[in-house]
Design a protein around this ligand. Sequence first.
Ligand SMILES: C[S@@+](CC[C@H](N)C(=O)[O-])C[C@H]1O[C@@H](n2cnc3c(N)ncnc32)[C@H](O)[C@@H]1O
Length: 343
Amino acid sequence: MLGLCKECITMNDYKQLHDELRSFHDLYPEEFSLLYRNNQTCTLNERLMKYQLKFNLLEIINRQVKSSYRIYSYQSCFFITDYKTNSLDQVFSPYDEEVNICAPFYTNELFKNQRVLEIGTGCGLYTTLAAEKDCTVTGVDINPKAVEYAKFNILLNNVQQYAKVMAADIESMLPLVPEYDLVIASLPYMPNPPTLSEKKTYSDGGEYGWKLSLQAISQISKRLNSRARLKMYTMNLGNEHTSYIELNPYFFFNDLPVSVTLTKICANMHIFSDWYTHKFSNNNNQAVILQWLDHLKARNLNYMHYVTLEITPASKFSLTVKRKDYNLNIAYPRSKNIYSPIV
Ligand SMILES: C[S@@+](CC[C@H](N)C(=O)[O-])C[C@H]1O[C@@H](n2cnc3c(N)ncnc32)[C@H](O)[C@@H]1O
């Protein structure tokens, strides 16, 4: 259980933990990402450990240090999130490739006192970054465990004056959408075969990955006030050159009184064999996955494209595409910034 629930924790303890993480990170940037990993000798900082223990972020069992939490750093902020687990309510762990696209996209144009709603806040990363700009931010997530982490991270980064989070799903937030200047929808986008028995809350985007994104586009954009925007990040199936959203824009936007800017498309992430087969390598669902990959490949949907979408209320439909290809090189299993348990 995270330290949030401990009565003896004070705001000063959060500050101390943040300060210790900062100084350790600045002194040993390489070790920071490898802390406690695979029993290797690394610079163990006693002061940092003291606070990690206080917040239950570490355990000492048989004189060995263990952690099931990951600590992710972005700019001046730190975020506690899950190390990879088998549990279906695992809290999404941000990673650089995605955050480097989304953080500027979501927050660059924000200014003081704007009202921001993030749907699918996860560990609270973008909620925190928006609050750092002195916006009033509400973050919601369907997963109560994610909300617990987001609360922790808001206190850790000292933005509680501007940010609040709660457990809620997209449906229940719809009536409140008109109150906000910016709605960020960071929803699950991984395609999952319908027959898959294990679907993680953070990654289940339905059969083609766009189930929740489509819901967000159609339901939120109708409710935006005239000055507001919806910003989304999603992944989109397609072929090597073109994303499905470009090929079939009316499938996504038909009948919507919105103008849409597809700000970035990052192609060349040939995920299927690598990502899924690694993910399900020791898993009973492997046969289901392989069959389903064949099904997509047969439809020439064998590439994933990163897509950022900005939607503003407007009288006329328009679709602009600006392409940017990223040479993504995502290796699995990832090791960066992960505290892995020592067994
Ligand atoms: C891909 S994760 C993104 C998390 C976070 N924004 C980030 O980038 O670190 C998607 C998040 O959406 C949440 N989610 C899934 N379905 C939802 C729904 N119907 N309403 C609200 N949140 C949902 C998941 O629990 C998960 O935390």
